[in-house]
Each structure stands twice: as structure tokens, then as C-alpha cells.
Design a binder for this molecule. Structure first.
Ligand code: NAD
Length: 335
């Protein structure tokens, strides 16, 4: 199948090309992301492959359908960037990679928390200038701290297990579905409201939905523990970033580690080091000494990239052969 792959970076090229040796699709590797301006690049392709920040709203979907595109293969787990109803109307199948390596994201989450809380990122830049003073680098033990894990699916469960069994944290969790294996090691389920009010550290692992958008907001942060430490490796819009800046300025929030940001599209995944960035919210965030931001890289391990490439190309092969799409995204029913 001829497939237009949008938003290709060096690592996509490497891992997709390697996996394609077993699938033999005709991959058109395109640096640009998918947008109304670039949709025409999919001309002549039956399939397209996209990533988290490619916006598949109704006009883009209609544009793809007009070009004869029949399948959108997301090379990521989340699908909040796709208008599924529009895709269904256009007769376009949508697939994703539901689980490529929850370990990749969970391990990065714990790494971010440790780096932030023990000020490793600040120590690194000091030592590079031969400044070995420790003033201002005092951290806290993780052991015994009360951590709240919002969403205990594949990634959140690994984070909760690591923090509870590995570091000896007290762990609160919120999820519509409790995990008995976590309960067995002492993780206590509660409502999101109680979790956000009581936890000293909150880490977010639920999907972005209308219900979870801005789950961390001005009110929740006002009611949170003083000095709250917040980690988000899920989706940026789970946090109201403007409210977060206010809470950092008032010292209510004591530290933030973000791998995702609600306005990351058009910024993350690109080298903008010589550009003027228009986003004042992100720029303000980066001025705080107790904020650590990474550019949506929690997934970025060799194991995850291998699994992503294989699962994505398998979906395309299955579609071409008329086999069932095991990783199809289920379209919510109308009404
Ligand atoms: P998952 O589907 O296995 O788990 C999500 C969990 O959230 C489920 O248990 C679900 O019941 C729960 N949930 C749903 N609504 C909730 C709510 N209102 N409150 C609390 N919990 C709720 O997903 P996963 O594989 O663990 O991934 C979690 C998120 O991580 C994804 O949605 C994705 O956005 C993000 N992610 C980020 C990266 C990255 O590189 N930063 C990589 C992969 C996934």
C-alpha cells in the first residue's frame, strides 16, 4: 500500500524503514506534519500515518477522503487529535498503537519526578561550569511521601507499583476501574477530588477526554497540599497551564515536571532554538527554577519505537489484506 507518513523525524525513519522490510509498503516519508496546508501530499495514497500533534479535524478528514485515503494509522496510543465521527462518516478506518511500551513512559515518569524533586537538572548545569556548591539543591525523600496516581491503566499501574513497592511511597489512586493487584500492595483508591486534595505528589496517567480536560485547575490547586509536586506525561490539556503559572507564582505548587503541554502542537518535536517563540505561557513556565519540561519524549525508547513501527505497519497490512483491524479505534456511537 502507498502510505503518506507525516511528521517524520530521524527516529521514525530508522524504525519504520527497518520494520517495513517485513511489510513492503510504499512509504512516502514526509517531514511536515498533517494540516490543511499539507493534506494534498497524501494524493495517490490509500493510507496515511500520523502522530500525536497532527490535527485530524473534519476539514482535514474530508480532504483526505477526497484524495481517496481509506485508513489513518496513528503511530501513538492517544487519539484525542482525531475527529472519529468525521472519519466514520468519510468511511476512513482509524487504527492506533494501544500499547507499545508502557514501561518506556512509566520509567520516564519516575525519572522526571526524581530529576525535579532532587534537582538533578539544576545540578547538571552547575557542575558543567565547575560549580559544585550544594546550596539550593536540597530535595526530599520519596520514601513515605503520599503520591496520587490519576489513571491506573497500563502506564499508571506501573508507576504506582514502582512508587509503592520500589520507593515505599504511600499511594492514592483514582480510576473508574480499580486494579486489584495494586490494591493488594497497598494502593488505596479514592475519588479524583480527594486525591488532588490530599496527595503531596500527583502524577497524571488518564486519557484526555472532555471529562478529564483541566482536571488540574485553579480550584484543585487552591485546595491541594502546599508545595504540591505535579508530574504530567499523559496529555498537556489535563492541566490548565495558565492556572498552573498562577499557582507557581503564589508558591502553592512547589514543583512541576511536564513531558506534555496543552499548546505543544507546532512547537514540540522541532528544533526552534533559532526561532522567536510566540507562546508566552510556555516561555513563562520555562523561567521557573522548579519547572522541568521535556518535549514529549517519554515514549522514546528503542523498544517502544520498534513496537510502534511493527504495530502500525501490521495494521496497514491487515487493512490491505481485508483482515480484521485489531487495533481499530472504536468510534463513539452517535447520541
Ligand atoms: P490506558 O488506557 O491503559 O489507561 C488509562 C486509564 O485511565 C484507564 O485505566 C482508565 O480507566 C483511566 N481513566 C479514564 N478516565 C479517567 C478519569 N476521569 N479519572 C481517572 N482515570 C481515568 O492508557 P495508558 O497506556 O496507560 O496511557 C495513559 C496516557 O498516557 C494516554 O492516554 C496517553 O495520552 C499518554 N501517553 C503519553 C506518552 C508520552 O510519550 N508522553 C506515551 C504514551 C501514552
Amino acid at each position: 500500500m502507498r502510505v503518506a507518513v507525516f511528521g517524520v523525524r530521524s527516529y521514525d525513519r530508522q524504525f519504520l524503514t527497518a520494520a517495513n522490510a517485513r511489510h513492503s509498503h510504499d512509504l512516502l516519508l514526509i517531514d511536515a506534519g498533517l494540516s490543511p496546508l499539507t493534506v494534498s501530499l497524501a494524493a495517490g495514497c490509500e493510507g496515511i500515518c500520523v502522530f500525536v500533534n497532527d490535527s485530524l479535524d473534519e476539514p482535514v478528514i474530508e480532504g483526505l477522503a477526497g484524495l481517496g485515503v481509506k485508513i489513518v494509522a496513528l503511530r501513538c496510543a492517544g487519539y484525542n487529535n482525531v475527529d472519529l465521527a468525521a472519519a466514520a462518516r468519510a468511511g476512513i478506518a482509524v487504527t492506533r498503537v494501544p500499547a507499545y511500551s508502557p514501561h518506556a513512559v512509566a520509567e520516564f515518569t519516575v525519572g522526571l519526578l526524581l530529576a525535579l524533586d532532587r534537582k538533578i537538572h539544576r545540578a547538571w548545569s552547575r557542575v558543567r561550569e565547575n560549580n559544585y556548591a550544594l546550596d539550593g539543591l536540597v530535595g526530599r525523600n520519596l520514601h513515605g511521601r503520599l503520591v496520587g496516581v490519576v489513571g491506573t491503566g497500563q502506564i499508571g499501574a506501573l508507576v504506582a507499583k514502582t512508587l509503592r513497592a520500589g520507593f515505599g511511597c504511600e499511594v492514592l489512586a483514582s480510576d473508574p476501574v480499580a486494579d486489584p493487584q495494586l490494591e493488594a500492595i497497598g494502593v488505596r483508591y479514592t475519588s479524583p477530588e480527594v486525591l488532588l486534595r490530599e496527595a503531596e505528589i500527583v502524577t497524571l496517567h488518564c486519557p484526555l477526554t472532555p471529562e478529564t480536560r483541566h482536571i488540574v485547575n485553579a480550584r484543585s490547586m487552591a485546595e491541594a497540599q502546599p508545595g504540591l509536586v505535579l508530574v504530567n506525561t499523559s496529555r498537556g490539556a489535563l492541566i490548565d497551564t495558565r492556572a498552573l503559572i498562577d499557582a507557581l507564582k503564589s508558591r502553592k505548587v512547589g514543583g512541576v515536571a511536564l513531558d506534555v503541554y496543552e499548546q505543544e502542537a507546532g512547537i514540540f518535536f522541532d528544533d526552534l532554538s533559532s526561532e522567536i517563540i510566540d507562546d508566552d505561557v510556555l516561555q513563562r513556565l520555562l523561567t521557573f527554577p522548579n519547572v522541568l519540561v521535556t518535549g514529549h519524549q517519554a515514549f522514546l525508547t528503542e523498544e517502544a519505537l520498534t513496537a510502534i513501527a511493527e504495530t502500525t505497519l501490521t495494521s496497514l497490512s491487515d487493512f490491505e489484506a481485508g483482515r480484521p483491524l485489531v487495533n481499530a479505534v472504536v468510534v463513539p456511537s452517535a447520541g
